[in-house]
Design a protein around this ligand. Structure first.
Ligand SMILES: [Zn+2]
Length: 361
């Protein structure tokens, strides 16, 4: 019986060997370091990368640069994927410090590590576009063009939803060119209620231009749930008064506010930088969206959920914001529970799934 059992066994071993080895080249002597190396130095570098991102999120880009420098010196070129993540974060830290040219160098180095997955590549191209635009490069747009083909699924999804019968009345104006900040919010979605509809007071004191939008942050008001337009208008006036008179800000901090009926209200005009994420570094280029209600305790109602998804999709499409740049407040600022457990869960699902299924629940 031996020949009968040995032959399949030998074939199995050969096949297994082929699967494992093909198509790698003959290995050199010494330890093999894979792109996801778990050497002690790589593990330390990875934890430093996490720390650097937290520092950056907390508005401490200079600390982040020091941490990243340490992480980079640990791994050299031994772990390309990790090195790329470090370089990208390095570029982000330089952007936060307005060191645009250095950031461009970092992003170029990240690209040069090679084998960048498609999703990361789109994100990297987008960063390159923002950095080059900020540096005044008139050819920055050539990088933006590269972002689109790398994200066909997102664009197709967006187009599909906007062409659906339910929201045709709210399609973005075709006259609005990609990336430009509209002076009338209804150029984004036709049913956004302008400031005058809730009796907003004028902006006052000092404020700065938004310039560009390259990220979005979602909040909850932790109060003020409103199921009628008059109640929502009253809530908005109260929030504006708290922000202007209590906090001494120029205007209501958020760009858009959503009530329980799914009505989207214009807050601070989009052409002005908001006051919502924690400090001026975090607010830069950051579109602030606030849902009325306290989602630590309350569940999102379907109309409000659908409105949020519609606004996020539209704003992300208009400003080419990748899903990885759509944040919740607690992800940017430590020590806040905003936007509450239930809205946080919605956002986690929204970014992971990227499908309209949640809106249909
Ligand atoms: Zn918040």
């Amino acid at each position: 019986m031996k020949p009968k059992t040995t032959l399949p066994f030998v074939l199995f071993v050969l096949l297994l060997g082929a699967c494992v080895e093909f198509p790698t080249k003959p290995r050199k002597a010494g330890p093999v370091i894979s792109p996801t190396s778990n050497s002690p130095e790589a593990v330390l570098a990875r934890s430093e990368l996490v720390q650097a991102r937290a520092q950056l999120g907390a508005g401490r880009p200079t600390s982040a640069l020091l941490t990243l420098s340490s992480a980079r010196s640990r791994i050299g070129t031994s772990a390309p994927d990790l090195l790329r993540d470090i370089l990208v974060t390095w570029g982000d830290a330089n952007m936060a410090l307005d060191h645009h040219v250095r950031a461009i160098d970092n992003y170029e180095d990240a690209l040069a590590t090679g084998n960048v997955p498609d999703e990361d590549l789109a994100d990297l191209y987008y960063r390159m576009y923002i950095a080059r635009r900020a540096s005044g490069d008139p050819k920055a747009g050539t990088w933006k063009v590269k972002v689109r083909p790398a994200r066909p699924a997102l664009l197709a999804d967006l187009e599909h939803r906007l062409s659906g019968g339910r929201v045709t009345g709210s399609m973005p104006s075709r006259a609005l060119s990609s990336g430009s900040i509209p002076s009338d919010p209804r150029a984004l979605l036709a049913d956004i209620r302008p400031r005058r509809d809730w009796g907003a007071k004028a902006i006052e004191g000092s404020y700065v231009a938004m310039g560009f939008v390259d990220r979005i942050t979602v909040h909850h008001a932790a109060c003020c749930a409103a199921t009628s337009s008059s109640a929502a208008a009253q809530s908005l006036r109260a929030i504006q008064s708290e922000h202007q008179d209590g906090n001494g800000w120029a205007d209501i901090g958020y760009h858009f506010l959503l009530d329980q009926n799914g009505t989207i209200w214009e807050g601070r005009e989009l052409r002005w930088q908001g006051a919502h994420a924690g400090n001026s570094t975090l607010n830069r280029g950051n579109l602030g969206i606030c849902l009325l209600g306290n989602f630590e305790d309350e569940l999102l109602l379907a109309p409000q959920r659908r409105a949020l998804q519609r606004l996020l999709d539209t704003a992300a499409g208009q400003f080419d914001v990748p899903r990885g740049r759509v944040y919740t407040h607690r992800e940017l600022k430590q020590g806040t529970a905003c936007p509450g457990t239930h809205l946080q869960r919605f956002m986690d699902d929204y970014r992971r799934a990227g499908t309209p299924s949640l809106a249909l629940q």
